[in-house]
Design a protein around this ligand. Structure first.
Ligand code: NAD
Length: 499
């Protein structure tokens, strides 16, 4: 019988009551391994009610004590790291080592959030005028939510929850329905670490659960990560309902390869960043832009050689470079993009379609695919593919390469590989993209900086993690105070100034 997953509300696993479920697959075998309940509006409402009650005393708990709970959580995740990573791999399809990275990148933001006592400090101005002192404080918003994608089922929930909890909010996570088991385990570990029941909840579901969160007055902020059309929908709907929202969307990350770059280093970087996690990363490199025909010809030949060596297999195996895609639909979607690129005239150097992994014939596998001579009017250049497909789009010169990355509708990440400091500096300053790597293919900023794409890759202001996350999950109150001895007689009918 198929295992039935739950929600996690008010410190307990709670069975779904809506009667609606979604299958959770093992992408390596293609088999259904569990089913996850899809919450109704009433179930979401019950979770919000519990969170609202729990938030009051959590918000009043001093930030150092809140940080100690998070410290304990870090220890528990380390204790269960192997189990969590394998669970993550079994539902997502990424390798176990990569799953450990997914968890670790989330934990690094929890570590940053331990600094809450410092990060929540306000500002103080003594004697701003006639016996007046002014100070500000950061207060929690109340109940906030994170709506997260399938591709980082540990990292992104923790990017959202860590700062939100450390700042004194109650947090409701609506994880992806494709891989909900790790988020549920994280809820258990938060409880074990001493987080009061109701402060961190997991509500599983689809659009119905999301809409219930977006339209409920008791939810004060929405942190979203996922595809661009949904990011835009969430941003607009949250705003109409008076909530602050930060919504991060899809990507098409370019890597500019200058003629002076070390092409072996470049090939290593492109193979890892293009095909790691089957290309299902928002910071994957999906477009290589060699500058000049000589660079392009040499790079194309090197990549074709390297792609042929890649090992694709089940997520839990030790000797594979990447595992299956998350679903059969994902394989069909990427296959469609490959065919369209062929039809539109791109040169197919490696075709991953139809790959069979012995013993795992029904898994959702797709071999590494490589195209050359892709032009900017082709669909495969314009749209996010989110699969193990790397394209080479040649540029005649540096200015053209810079313009390609800058003009693309997505603006998440970009990289330049060069030995020329002037070129790298110029590129970093001028490129119209939110995160830049100089000889770094996946420039995901470290936890104490902030993460955020531009253009169609991000809606709303303030980035994820780093100091911005504390600004997003708190509201600033400013107090202007004067003690009775400083108050002069008489009413004044003009606006107070520092005249
Ligand atoms: P998705 O947009 O399908 O789903 C994201 C979340 O939205 C899930 O929780 C899902 O249940 C919910 N959702 C889906 N359809 C909805 C609808 N119609 N109404 C309301 N909610 C809905 O994204 P995904 O396939 O899970 O994740 C992959 C996408 O996420 C890619 O586009 C990738 O680039 C992007 N991503 C972006 C970043 C970033 O930081 N910019 C990071 C990781 C992933």
């Amino acid at each position: 019988m198929t295992r039935e997953l739950t929600h996690f509300i008010n410190g307990e696993h709670v069975a779904g009551t809506s009667g609606r479920f979604s299958d959770v697959f093992d992408p390596s075998t293609g088999m259904v391994q569990a089913r996850v309940p899809l919450a109704s509006t009433d179930e979401v409402s019950a979770a919000i009610a519990a969170a609202e009650v729990a938030q009051v005393s959590w918000g009043e708990t001093n930030p150092q004590k809140r940080a100690r709970v998070l410290q304990k959580f870090i220890e528990l995740v380390a204790r269960d790291n192997e189990e969590l990573a394998r669970l993550l791999s079994s539902e997502h399809g990424k390798t176990v080592d990569d799953a450990k990275g997914d968890i670790q990148r989330g934990i690094e933001v929890i570590e940053f959030s331990l600094g809450a006592p410092h990060l929540l400090k306000g500002e103080y101005s003594w004697n701003a005028g006639g016996g007046i002192d002014v100070y500000s404080m950061r207060q929690p918003l109340g109940v906030v939510t994170g709506i997260t994608p399938f591709n980082f089922p540990a990292m992104i929930p923790l990017w959202k929850a860590g700062p939100a909890l450390a700042a004194g909010n109650a947090f409701i996570l609506k994880p992806s329905e494709r891989d909900p088991s790790v988020p549920l385990r994280l809820a258990e570990l938060f409880l074990e670490a001493g987080l009061p029941a109701g402060v961190f909840s997991v509500v599983n579901g689809d659009k119905q659960a999301v809409d219930a969160l977006l339209t409920d007055d008791r939810i004060k902020a929405v942190g979203f990560v996922g595809s661009t059309p949904i990011a835009q929908y969430i941003y607009e709907t949250a705003a109409i309902h008076g909530k602050r929202a930060q919504c991060f969307g899809g990507a098409k990350n370019h890597m500019i390869v200058m003629p002076d770059a070390d092409l072996d280093q470049v090939a290593d970087a492109l193979i890892g960043a293009g095909y790691g996690s089957a290309g299902e990363r928002c910071m994957a490199i999906s477009v290589a832009v060699p500058v000049g025909a000589e660079t392009a010809d040499a790079l194309s030949a090197k990549l074709a050689e390297r792609v042929a060596e890649l090992r694709v297999g089940p997520a839990l195996a030790d000797d594979v470079d990447y595992g299956p895609l998350v679903s059969a639909e994902a394989v069909a979607r990427v296959n469609g993009y490959i065919q369209q690129a062929v039809d539109e005239g791109a040169t197919l150097l490696a075709d991953g379609r139809g790959i069979v992994v012995p013993g795992f014939e029904n898994g959702f596998y797709l071999g590494p695919t490589l195209f050359d001579n892709v032009t900017t009017d082709m669909t495969i250049y314009k749209e996010e593919v989110f699969g193990p497909v790397l394209i080479i789009a040649r540029a005649d010169d540096y200015e053209q390469a810079l313009a390609m990355a800058s003009d693309h509708e997505f603006g998440n990440g970009v990289a330049i590989f060069t030995r020329d400091g002037d070129a790298a500096r110029d590129f970093s300053a001028r490129v119209n993209v939110g995160m830049v790597g100089v000889n770094v293919p996946i420039p995901v900023p470290i936890a104490y900086h902030t993460f955020g794409g531009w253009k169609k890759s991000g809606f709303g202001d303030l980035n994820q993690h780093g100091p911005d996350a504390f600004r997003f999950y708190t509201k600033t109150k400013t107090v202007t105070s004067r003690w009775p001895s400083g108050i002069k007689e008489g009413a004044s009918f003009v606006i107070p100034t520092m005249h």
